[in-house]
Design a protein around this ligand. Structure first.
Ligand SMILES: [Fe+2]
Length: 200
C-alpha cells in the first residue's frame, strides 16, 4: 500500500464488494463506514488545507503525525481507515509459515498474539485503534492509539489495524465489541499484512 500521498486526497474505493464481508461485517456497516465516515475525513482534510501550500507539501503520513489536532485527526482518519479496509478480506488465508515464525518469536505463539490483540481492543476506553506493527528490527508489537491518532510511523511499519470506534460495529453488534473483534479475526488479510512487512 502506498501512503506517499499528497493534497488533494482522493478516497480509495473498497477492493472488495460491499457485501463481501458478510456476515462478519454487514453491507450496511461497511457502506456507512467507508462512504460516510472515511470519505468524510478525505473531504474535511482537503478543505482544511486548501489554502495552505505548506501543508499541501507534506505527505499524508506526515499530516497524520502533525501537532495540529484538526489536521492530525482528519489525516489519521484517512490513513487509519485505508489500512483498516485493506486489513480485511473476504478471501481469508491463514498466516504463512514465515509470518507464524515472526509471531512465535515476538509473542510465543500466534494464539498468544491474537489473545493480546483482542485484549488490547477490549481495553480501549472510548474510541481508538489496535495495531499490529513491526519495529525496525523486524519484531512485532501490538499498539493502541486513541481517537484517530496513528502510531509513530518513524519507528514502526504498520502491518494491520482494527478500528475500535463504535461506528465500526454498532449497527451490526450494538455494544457487543467482543463479537465484533471475533468477527474481524475471521477476515484478517494476513497476506496483505505480510506484504507490508520489511522482513519477510
Ligand atoms: Fe472507523
Amino acid at each position: 500500500m502506498n501512503f506517499d500521498k499528497y493534497y488533494p486526497f482522493k478516497a480509495v474505493p473498497l477492493s472488495y464488494d460491499i457485501k463481501a464481508l458478510c456476515p462478519d461485517i454487514s453491507e450496511y456497516t461497511l457502506y456507512f463506514h467507508h462512504d460516510k465516515h472515511y470519505c468524510g475525513y478525505v473531504d474535511k482534510l482537503n478543505s482544511l488545507i486548501e489554502h495552505s501550500p505548506l501543508m499541501q507539501n507534506i505527505p499524508l503520513e506526515g499530516l497524520a503525525m502533525t501537532e495540529d489536532k484538526d489536521i492530525r485527526t482528519n489525516a489519521g482518519g484517512i490513513y487509519n481507515h485505508e489500512l483498516y479496509f485493506a486489513s480485511l478480506t473476504p478471501q481469508y488465508r491463514e498466516p504463512s509459515a514465515a509470518m507464524l515464525g515472526k509471531m512465535n518469536a515476538s509473542f510465543g505463539s500466534a494464539e498468544e498474539m491474537m489473545k493480546k490483540i483482542s485484549g488490547a481492543a477490549m481495553g480501549i476506553t472510548g474510541s481508538g485503534w489496535v495495531w499490529l506493527a513491526e519495529d525496525r528490527k523486524g519484531r512485532l508489537d501490538i499498539l493502541v492509539t486513541k481517537d484517530q491518532d496513528t502510531i509513530d510511523l518513524d519507528k514502526y511499519t504498520p502491518l494491520l489495524n482494527i478500528d475500535v470506534w463504535e461506528h465500526a460495529y454498532y449497527l451490526d453488534r450494538q455494544n457487543r465489541r467482543a463479537e465484533y473483534i471475533k468477527s474481524v479475526m475471521n477476515i484478517i488479510n494476513w497476506v496483505g499484512a505480510e506484504n507490508r512487512s520489511n522482513f519477510t
